[in-house]
Ligand binder design. Structure first.
Ligand code: 5AD
Ligand code: SF4
Length: 449
């Protein structure tokens, strides 16, 4: 009988490296892309050198973010001789499309986020030697990217996408062009994912979408506020957050849900962009300063103190000193706990690109500095409110240099605190901390035993 060679040759593992730029949506998309690749037989490596496939998940929200990607790609030109394949994913991919192949000829995959559900097929094409593989959905798809293969990096705190894309078309914003049209997941699929996460030890969930308030359950079962309550009631879940909200669609029942359910975190991120109704109109935001302040008043009247943060753009085309001053008075009126402020950056495809970018860069920088300084003072006073409070903190790590533990307040604030030498609580656990010091961006305290 002829001898049969039963030795199985090991299949060489395909190795990929992935670097992520941009927002939480991109960070979470990358977790799904990594999970999908691993499921397709790839292994993740930490360096470009060790990889066969190098992927960038890119951001194009402002010009600087976009330039970073092209700088990175030109840095890596040298690797093309080694036969590595390069792929550009995310917002720059969708925005620039096949032009990327001309600018960086060693790139062989260009795919926007609305096409990630087709990643396995795109990988097959890449492996077959196709060096012009594209996934550019361009607002065509109604489908979401639901996968069980999400490779979450944090074992206690995780994201769940509830809605993808955006139909708002604010004058400055590239997102409706890069992430496709608005499409919600069913509440059953969101809840099933929350249950799976809770079963594997997750206690803190952040629901994600470009505009979570326009969530429309395709099965018609739950409103957004109803979904918040349902996720918070999944056994094992202790904290639920959500981002980002749009003031026009932000409804009172969301505040009522936070009031009634302590597992819904007492923090809302509600981007205002400008304090001037005239400018909000030019930005096509579909609300006025007064309407924004009305939503704030709902939160301020709530039985629980709700921490509020926002995003602001300075130097939008035509922003006068009076408009800018109205932004400052809005900051003073609302007393935000955090402000993310940006200089206006003209973006391709958007309607504002046709308006002259009228505010000189220097003036934008000046306004930004004035705003940040005013906000620093507001925050210093705001954070003092926590002095003496005993807050529940989820432990995220240890600051060895300071001999302190690092944790997160339910209002999303960082808390550095000391413990007794005998007790070293584990990462992911919840402890009570007495707040003894307030800094403009973080709190300091000691664990209560
Ligand atoms: N220029 C500057 N900032 C922008 N943002 C969005 N588009 C632009 C742009 N073209 C800001 C908004 C948004 C945040 C995510 O980024 O404040 O809320
Ligand atoms: Fe996120 Fe917008 Fe940047 Fe895309 S362009 S990564 S959606 S911030």
């Amino acid at each position: 009988m002829p001898e049969i060679d039963t030795k199985i040759e090991p299949v060489p593992e395909k190795k990929f490296y992935l670097e992520t730029f941009g927002c939480q949506m991109n960070v979470h998309d990358s977790e799904k892309v990594i999970g999908t690749l691993i499921n397709e037989g790839y292994a993740q490596v930490d360096t470009v050198e060790a990889a066969d496939l190098v992927l960038y998940n890119t951001c194009s929200i402002r010009d600087k973010a976009e330039q970073k990607v092209f700088n990175r790609l030109s840095d890596y030109k040298k690797y093309q001789k080694q036969g590595k394949k390069f792929g550009v994913l995310g917002c720059v991919a969708q925005q620039e499309g096949e032009k990327i192949f001309e600018r960086a000829p060693y790139v062989s995959l260009v795919a926007g986020s609305a096409s990630y559900r087709n990643l396995p097929q795109m990988l097959v094409q890449l492996e077959a030697g196709n060096n012009r593989v594209t996934g550019l959905d361009d607002r065509q798809t109604d489908q979401t990217f639901d996968t069980e293969f999400t490779a979450r990096t944090n074992k206690h705190r995780g994201y769940i996408t509830i809605i993808e894309g955006c139909d708002k078309f604010c004058a400055y914003c590239v997102v409706p062009y890069t992430r496709g049209k608005e499409r919600s997941r069913t509440s059953q699929s969101v809840l099933a994912e929350a249950k799976r996460m809770a079963d594997s030890g997750y206690t803190d969930i952040q629901l994600l979408g470009q505009n979570v308030n326009s969530f429309k359950d395709p099965s018609g079962e739950l409103t957004f506020a109803g979904l918040l309550l349902a996720v918070a009631q999944v056994p094992g879940i202790r904290r639920v957050r959500f981002t980002t909200s749009h003031p026009r669609d932000f409804t009172r029942d969301i505040v009522e849900a936070i009031e009634s359910e302590p597992r819904l975190c007492d923090h809302v991120h509600l981007p205002v962009q400008s304090g001037s109704s005239r400018l909000l109109k030019a930005m096509l935001r579909e609300y006025t300063r007064e309407q924004y302040l009305e939503r704030i008043s709902w939160m301020k009247a709530a039985k629980r103190h709700i921490s509020i943060s926002t995003d602001i753009i300075v130097g939008f085309p035509g922003e006068t000193i009076e408009d800018f001053e109205q932004t400052i008075t809005l900051l003073e009126e609302v007393q935000f706990d955090a402000v993310f402020a940006f200089k206006y950056s003209a973006r391709p495809n958007t309607s504002a690109i046709r308006m002259p970018d009228s505010i000189p860069e220097e003036e934008k920088s000046k306004r930004l500095a004035v705003l940040l300084e005013r906000q620093r003072q507001i925050q210093s006073t705001n954070y003092q409110r926590h002095l003496g409070e005993v807050a529940q903190v989820m432990i995220e790590g240890r600051n060895e240099a300071r001999g302190q533990m690092l944790g997160r307040h339910s209002q999303n604030k960082t808390v550095n605190f000391t413990t007794s030498a005998l007790i070293q609580p584990a990462v992911g656990s919840y402890v009570d901390v007495r707040i003894t010091k307030a800094l403009p961006n973080s709190l300091v305290g000691e664990m209560v035993i």
